[in-house]
Design a binder for this molecule. Sequence first.
Ligand code: HEC
Ligand SMILES: [Cu+2]
Length: 314
Amino acid sequence: MLSVFMPIAASTEAVHTDHIYFALLALSGAIILLVAVLILIFSIRYRRGSKAERGAMPAVMSKQFEIGWTSATLFLALFIFWWVSSTQLSTLVPPGNALEIHVVAKQWMWKTQHSNGAREINELHVPLDTPVRLVMTSEDVIHSFFVPAFRMKKDVLPGRYTETWFRPTKLGTFHLFCAEYCGSEHSRMIGRIVVMQKDAYAQWLAAQPQSDGLAKTGEAIFRARGCSGCHSEASTVHAPDLNGLYGRKVQLADGRTVTADEAYLRDSMLMPRRDVVAGFEPIMPSYAGILGDGDIVSLTAYIRSLSAKKKDRP
Ligand code: HEC
Ligand SMILES: [Cu+2]
């Protein structure tokens, strides 16, 4: 029934958003109805010439009554605030196991890239029931990634990375629109999201021509930002070898042992003083404010790929 009025709801977020939407609609409807009915009753009861009582307020309209309904509405408003903001905030924090997809918008197309490097234009294939995290940026002007079936809209900005995520709950093909006016062909900046069964997605992904993946981008940043100056085998600086680092246990100078996961790699780049590796001087500069989120994602993929290569070696 609802699908007559609303686009199909094809993600967990869409269902939550619709609950809020219909609850607010029902609440506003009830208030409008109450006010309209009271207006009607009063305008009949107190019409000119009627004999209705027009003296002081009846005793039920006491101070307690005023305080009661004022605080009841206050708490209702606070509840709505809590409900909506907790739902909205959850879109900011993707689950840790989310599939990562890079999106680049430009006049006038969407370019998407999967973690193995497979690229698509104006299309995005994703597996069912899997959290998908989008890391997005623009090559020119502001665009906005809008998928009505997921109730998802996020601006895509030049020179900055924005992130969002969704968990598709229905198989099928869904519209992707640009929701920020971005030039003469804005209205034609349309794509589609194809939600597939997990195994069908795996097959589809394996069949795509490989191209430069995140790791490759990360490698370029690794050189451009001077990481390789210290961390390469040829370097004269005493810095740890990053080959095989990912997933390994690392002994730190202060005696702790940590596992080199994504968070550790990220902290190593942004706060190198916090986890100094045993046997090394804390000479690595902090890259906070220098590396964007997307750079860190690519560098992490690159460091991860160094582990993979190591394993492949005979
Ligand atoms: C000036 C030399 C220097 C530069 C430049 C440098 N590093 Fe480091 N890096 C070090 C040293 C020395 C350590 C070990 C001490 C520590 O943990 O701070 C280290 C530690 C690390 C670690 C933890 C290694 C482990 O075995 O646990 C990572 C990851 C890392 N660096 C990545 C990077 C990345 C990525 C860049 C570029 C964005 C970079 N480094 C730039 C010198 C450098
Ligand atoms: Cu656009």
